[in-house]
Ligand binder design. Structure first.
Ligand SMILES: [Mn+2]
Length: 417
């Protein structure tokens, strides 16, 4: 048996503007992205992998700043001991004749050149490079050639024809950027789509894919390999507040030789910051200070560190008289970045006037009718239903909007990290 090892690292988005961070932290986070890529290279060296696979969006955009470009092209991969690197550009950093990042002539004009051991797949059709070590391993790649999403299906039988024609005794590994149908978030651009069925029938023992920023994988028990057939390593550095959890790369180990190749992956953390999404219930809170204390407790319970990024979603009804605009320094000092989402908070209503006064307006009559039903109802589930109908109704009358919020009141206030 032989063993092929790779480091699969993806969607660095170097040069990201990070406009949602305070101005003084944007360039700091961009420098961190570069450190994360450097860490990926040193992990690859320490782990003794045979190659680094980068399936796209290494750069956030075509016009990445000159300093970042010079660092990545000239030094990040030039360190001694760096294994071969295979890059398949994605929709954020597509390959073209005019590309400042991938076109050799353009780079030369700036006095830059990718090191010899960095191979960039600059064609939208599948092409292959054989590894020197271990022998009989081939890396296949294809790239995005425009930032306009492509609907070409990279794993369709027609696009895979050259791979089928060439495949013989080699271990075939794929690196590309594309959308796994049913897996990427609905808001994300669909580009180079592929299905699980196409993945299972493709002649690759492992597919290192980029585009989806959340880590995920597809297992297979027959065909070109067993174990992990395809994976998204996710974004190596958290790029925004929606990218919850830990971020890094995947070490991929493929046993091959006498029998069907077997693939295993191991998560390699690279970003020392984590993104959290917590929900905090505001019901019955006595003051803004007390609410801040609830927030601090929620951060503590979730073990948020001062390096982390946190969205706190406030839910429930804020008691009358309590004003809350933004968290105080006590909360803000607990993490690198805290964003408080107030959209699900609704005012609590004073119901007594509806009970005592003679109903005159439609709002009064509506409230009185539902309060009477509420008083008669004994079943707790039915009571909850009538209560939320009452509050939604009052929202419609008073706020001129109805936002789903009250159902969340019955759920646990503890958010999951
Ligand atoms: Mn991306």
């Amino acid at each position: 048996m032989s063993l092929a090892r790779f480091l699969h690292v993806s969607d660095l988005h170097l040069g990201r503007p990070f406009g949602w961070l305070p101005a003084e932290r944007r360039s700091e986070r961009r420098r961190e992205q570069l450190r994360i890529l450097e860490r990926a290279v040193s992990e690859a060296i320490e782990r003794g992998v045979h190659a680094i696979l980068i399936p796209g969006d290494l750069f956030d955009q075509e016009g990445v700043d000159a300093e970042t470009l010079a660092t990545v092209v000239g030094s990040t991969f030039a360190v001694s001991g760096c294994p071969p690197v295979y890059i398949a550009p994605g929709n954020h950093d597509p390959s073209s004749e005019t590309s400042h990042t991938w076109n050799a002539r353009r780079l030369r004009a700036r006095g830059l050149a990718w090191p010899e051991h960095v191979h960039v797949f600059t064609e939208p059709r599948w092409t292959a490079r054989a590894l020197e070590v271990p022998p009989t391993v081939r890396v296949w790649g294809r790239c995005a050639i425009s930032s306009v999403p492509s609907l070409d299906r990279p794993l369709s039988p027609s696009l895979l024809e050259p791979v089928h024609a060439a495949s013989g005794n080699a271990l075939e590994v794929a690196v590309f950027h594309g959308s796994r149908e049913g897996e990427c978030p609905t808001g994300q651009k669909v580009t180079a789509p592929f299905s699980d069925d196409e993945t299972r029938h493709a002649p690759f023992a492992y597919l290192a894919v980029g585009h989806c920023h959340a880590r995920s994988q597809l297992q297979a028990s027959e065909g070109a390999s067993t174990g992990v057939r395809m994976a998204y390593a996710g974004s190596a550095a958290a790029l925004d507040m929606t990218e919850a959890g830990a971020h890094g790369a995947l070490e991929v180990r493929i046993e091959f030789g006498q029998r069907v190749p077997h693939v295993e992956t191991e998560f390699v953390p690279l970003d020392s910051r984590r993104v959290y999404d917590l929900a905090v219930d505001v019901n019955g809170v006595a003051s803004a200070d007390r609410l801040d204390r609830r927030l601090v407790k929620a951060l503590d319970d979730a073990q948020v560190s001062e390096r982390d990024l946190v969205t706190v979603r406030l839910v429930g009804r804020l008691p009358r008289g309590v004003r809350y605009g933004a968290p105080g320094p006590e909360v803000l000092g607990r993490a690198y970045h805290v964003r408080v989402d107030l959209r699900a908070v609704r005012p609590d209503y004073d119901l007594d006037p509806y009970r005592s006064a003679e109903p005159r307006t439609t709002e009064d009559k509506f409230a009185r009718a539902l309060l009477e039903r509420l008083d008669q109802e004994t079943d707790p589930q039915q009571r909850a239903l009538v209560e939320s109908a009452l509050y939604y109704g009052l929202d419609a009358f008073r706020l001129r909007e109805v936002v789903p919020a009250y159902e969340e009141l019955s759920q646990s206030p503890e958010g999951a990290p």
